[in-house]
Design a binder for this molecule. Structure first.
Ligand SMILES: O=C(O)/C=C\C(=O)CC(=O)CC(=O)O
Length: 212
């Protein structure tokens, strides 16, 4: 398998955690989102992923974008150790949390959106930061309420699931932008716990060879 990653991409970070957790090897390919005007825009990468986003996974004939689809592929290819609960209702709730993060939080603060705010829309850095923190706060408030009753060490009891794979990179991103995490004690507790697990440590942005 080849995996196209960027150290600070929270979508790539989700998949790196899954690869490490399942002990699956991948040939890492690095796409620098800022260098050369954004290497994701170079034609070689664009032909692999017309969305010009990371991550992309290539496994034989299969070229797959979207981190959640890639997580699903890895789960099918190597079911153990599982990252989804066996209980159907719980597994669906895990999926809903992944969508809360991947659809409703992360895209609003993604690089291309921020570049559009400060480029064509001419927002100041301070206005950009306000935008970022506003959407993080909205998303995290809902997640805190949703998870406070069911979280243990992880979002769903003590089992590491896709929800944690999405949450921890999103909190990493929030910390980058100076978000105060004190209103979200459950999310913060899960973050602290997951940071002690080997798969999360190995997948962390600062551990990647393309980190600078
Ligand atoms: O400033 C940079 O290093 C460029 C890009 C990113 O971090 C990736 C993102 O767009 C944020 C994210 O995925 O959470």
């Amino acid at each position: 398998m080849e995996f196209y990653s960027y150290w600070r991409s929270s979508a790539a970070y989700r998949v790196r955690i899954a690869l490490a957790f399942k002990g699956m090897a991948a040939d890492m390919q690095y796409v620098h989102l800022l260098k050369d005007g954004g290497q994701q825009r170079l034609s070689a990468y664009k032909s692999l992923n017309p969305s010009q986003l990371v991550p992309t996974l290539v496994d034989g004939d299969l070229t797959l974008n979207q981190s959640l689809a890639i997580l699903e592929y890895l789960e099918i290819k190597q079911p153990q150790p599982a990252l989804l609960p066996a209980d159907l209702q719980l597994a669906l709730k895990v999926r809903a949390v992944t969508l809360d993060i991947a659809c409703d939080i992360h895209p609003l603060n993604n690089l291309r959106v921020l570049q559009y705010l400060t480029g064509p829309l001419q927002l100041s850095e301070q206005q950009k930061l306000h935008w970022i923190q506003h959407w993080l706060q909205q998303g995290f408030q809902a997640l805190e309420l949703r998870l406070s009753h069911q979280a243990g060490n992880c979002c769903f009891g003590d089992m590491v699931t896709w929800a944690d794979l999405c949450l921890i990179p999103q909190i990493y991103n929030a910390l980058r932008f100076g978000l105060d995490m004190s209103p979200y004690p459950t999310l913060w507790r899960v973050y602290q716990y997951c940071q002690t697990l080997p798969a999360f440590i190995a997948a962390a942005p600062e551990q990647q060879p393309d980190a600078q």
